[in-house]
Design a protein. Structure first.
Ligand code: SOE
Length: 379
């Protein structure tokens, strides 16, 4: 059993609070080589009863209803920020001031200005930090990275990504408050750009390098919604849909699209990369498979392969079941914690750091600026 405790103070208890808590609870069972052992020490929620219910379900030892108290507690080593985007900056700054390790849910912040303050705070305090862009650590996506880094695709010409959902189509859906803060500009900072395209951008710059320039369009289909916190009908400020073109530094061209108005799609995140020698496709709905086409294959059998990324020599898979048995969405969070703990043990930074997530934030901001000005924006 791993012997060095890392006491976690969790801020928030929504969908991501569960995903992260599950990762902390599982990681030492499946990565027994780790010496650090996350301990679910304390949970913050504004409402004490809900905090206790969540804490009891997941095994948190204590609860706090004042996040500042949690961040100041001397028995807490790491703060995990799972609360809405408008809280990330303030909590991260306080956590850094208190010398805590920080794990922050994506996107880093609502905008670049907040993100820059956060990067400065963690760098000045010298505290280890990461942002939960979990899709990088789905084994098929990590395998895509390996194949690209090995040069199998050769020169890359095209990158195409979409992230489609349909949960905000009804005009009756309110904005703001618990569960619906993603529709509230003040709480979220943006709509699909920061929430969904941020994932696509993070994966893309990890796989294909930096983005040079963007040209975007956005739309807000439902212009007014009741605000849950005020009870008034208020203007909707977020982007419901966004599509943009991009030029990568390596000369490749890209298209990105995201919407919450694609009827029938709940979380269709896909990407395709076309290189000189080979192409890759990936689809979140079939996340354990990687599509691969190799032009070097014998022409008699050349065609798209569907690689079932479940073999022992595939990324992360030797930590799970026997070959052929697949894993799912939640495992990407376990992998992120495992890599992060290994980095802490070796005193090495683990990607994506706050500074790397700030690059994604800059691209999101450039996309929104381009949509506003109807001009190409250089990064
Ligand atoms: C939005 O519905 C959401 O939950 C995002 O906030 C997550 O980051 C994404 O992974 C799934 O969709």
């Amino acid at each position: 059993m791993s012997s060095n405790p890392l006491n976690i103070g969790m801020i928030g208890y929504g969908f991501m609070g569960k995903a992260h808590s599950n990762a902390y609870a599982r990681v030492n069972h499946f990565f027994p080589e780790l010496k650090l052992r996350p301990v679910l020490k304390a949970l913050w929620a504004r409402n004490e009863e809900r905090a206790r219910t969540f804490a009891d379900t997941w095994g948190y030892e204590s609860v706090e209803t004042d996040w500042r108290r949690l961040v100041e507690r001397s028995d807490i080593d790491a703060i995990d920020i799972c609360s809405p985007n408008n809280t990330h900056r303030e909590i991260a700054l306080e956590a850094a001031r208190n010398g805590k390790v920080i794990l922050c849910e994506k996107p880093l912040a609502r905008n670049v200005a907040e993100g820059e303050e956060m990067v400065k705070a963690v760098e000045e305090a010298g505290v280890p930090n990461t942002v939960w862009y979990n899709y990088r650590r789905i084994p098929a996506v990590t395998l895509a990275k390996q194949l690209i880094d090995e040069g199998r695709l050769g020169r890359i010409f095209h990158y195409r990504a979409v992230f489609l959902q349909d949960w905000t189509i009804s005009p009756e859906l309110p904005q703001g408050g618990e569960g619906l803060w993603r529709l509230d500009l003040d709480a979220a900072g943006s709509g699909v750009t920061g929430d969904l395209l941020a994932h696509c951008i993070d994966t893309a710059i990890w796989l294909n390098g930096g983005i040079q320039s963007v040209s975007a369009m956005t739309e807000t289909f439902v212009k007014e919604r009741i605000h849950n916190l005020t009870g008034d009908v208020e203007k909707v400020g977020i982007d419901d849909a966004c599509a943009f073109r991009a030029r990568f530094e390596n000369g490749s061209l890209a298209t990105f699209e995201s919407t919450r108005y694609a009827r029938g799609h709940k979380a269709l995140y896909t990407f395709e990369i076309n290189g000189e020698h080979a192409s890759i496709t990936w689809d979140l709905h079939d996340l354990h498979r990687l599509g691969y086409f190799d032009h070097g294959d014998d022409s008699a059998v050349r065609g798209w392969r569907s690689i079932h990324v479940t073999d022992g020599d595939h990324p992360y898979m030797d930590h799970w079941w026997v070959p052929g048995l697949q894993i799912g969405y939640e495992h990407s969070f376990v992998h992120q914690v495992a890599d992060f703990l290994a980095g802490l043990e070796e005193d090495e930074t683990v990607s994506p750091t706050f500074a790397e997530a700030l690059e994604t934030q800059k691209i999101c901001e450039a996309v929104l600026e381009s949509a506003r000005t109807r001009q190409w924006v250089q990064l």
